[in-house]
Design a protein around this ligand. Structure first.
Ligand code: ATP
Ligand code: MG
Length: 265
């Protein structure tokens, strides 16, 4: 049975999409069958997987509104020639674009509006080991659909003072969804990203996180690494763009840690 994880944090620009595309590529590289679902109208995870969001025949929008199944609407990540020569495995992508912004309003009148994605995933779940859902930076109906569909949440965060404050809101939302809508939902772990060990504050916040959340903090640290930031402009995850970069290696380690974690539970 596939594991379904949301990559969520209502704070903007904390590294959700970077985590989703690199984790998807890293999991594919270690042999997992992966579906990436882009739940953000910005479509960054779609573009970062080599899929042009302006040319999608169908998207997650059509799936949420019940027009198409995931099997009909998905496409495959594309690496282009340079990366293809390195023989990097690909993954399935259920893409998003600006159409999705309208879904928020259109879903309001539909039955089971928070469970549309969950129901759609159920039909395709047997084809995958892992489904990763990239959430938008808000606690909206879209994010709620992600949280209702998932078994767990992976929270990327920067080790800064305000990060801890934002975490309280997210933890409360997850508790509410758990209590009212999705009994399976739990926090899988907190992933420290864009980490710079030379900055004392980051070390302090990292220590605080570990004392508050214990083993919910993943061991793997994702460093701040310019190759991870450059890769999306080539329509590639860093793991595919430059597999030897420090940041890419960290995502491979993270994929292994994650697989190990749910194999042992
Ligand atoms: P949004 O809330 O808008 O969806 P997000 O949480 O998905 O944003 P990203 O888009 O992944 O965040 O990252 C924000 C910016 O930080 C991007 O420019 C990205 O390239 C950069 N970035 C993310 N992770 C790293 C890293 N480990 N090292 C260097 N740059 C990074
Ligand atoms: Mg994003």
């Amino acid at each position: 049975m596939a594991h379904i994880f949301c990559i969520a944090n209502q704070k903007g620009g904390v590294g959700k999409t970077t985590t989703t595309i690199n984790l998807a590529a890293a999991l594919a590289a270690i042999g997992q069958r992966v579906l990436l679902i882009d739940l953000d109208p910005q479509g960054n995870a779609t573009m970062g997987s080599g899929v042009d969001k302006r040319q999608l025949a169908f998207s997650v929008y059509d799936v949420l509104l019940g027009e198409n199944s995931i099997a009909q609407a998905r496409t495959r990540s594309r690496w282009g020639e340079a990366a293809a020569r390195q023989d990097m495995p690909t993954y399935d992508v259920l893409g998003a674009n600006r159409d999705l912004a309208g879904a928020e309003v259109e879903l309001v009148n539909l039955e089971q509006r928070e469970k549309r994605l969950k129901n759609a995933i159920a039909e395709s779940i047997h084809e995958y080991d892992i489904v990763l859902i990239d959430c938008p930076p808000s606690l909206s109906m879209l994010t709620l659909n992600g949280l209702c569909a998932a078994h767990g949440v992976i929270v990327p965060m920067q080790c800064e003072y305000f990060a801890l404050e934002g975490l309280t809101d997210l933890v409360n939302t997850i508790k509410q969804v758990h209590a009212n809508l999705n009994k399976d939902l739990k926090i899988i772990g907190l992933l420290r990203v864009m980490f710079d060990p030379r900055i004392t504050l980051q070390q302090q916040v990292s220590d605080q996180l570990k004392s508050h959340f214990g083993d919910k903090v993943f061991n793997t640290l994702i460093p701040r690494n310019v190759r991870l930031a450059e890769a999306p402009s080539y329509g590639l995850p860093g793991v595919v763009f430059d597999p030897s970069a420090k940041g890419s290696q960290a995502f491979i380690d993270f994929a292994k840690e994650l697989v190990h974690r749910f194999q042992s539970t």
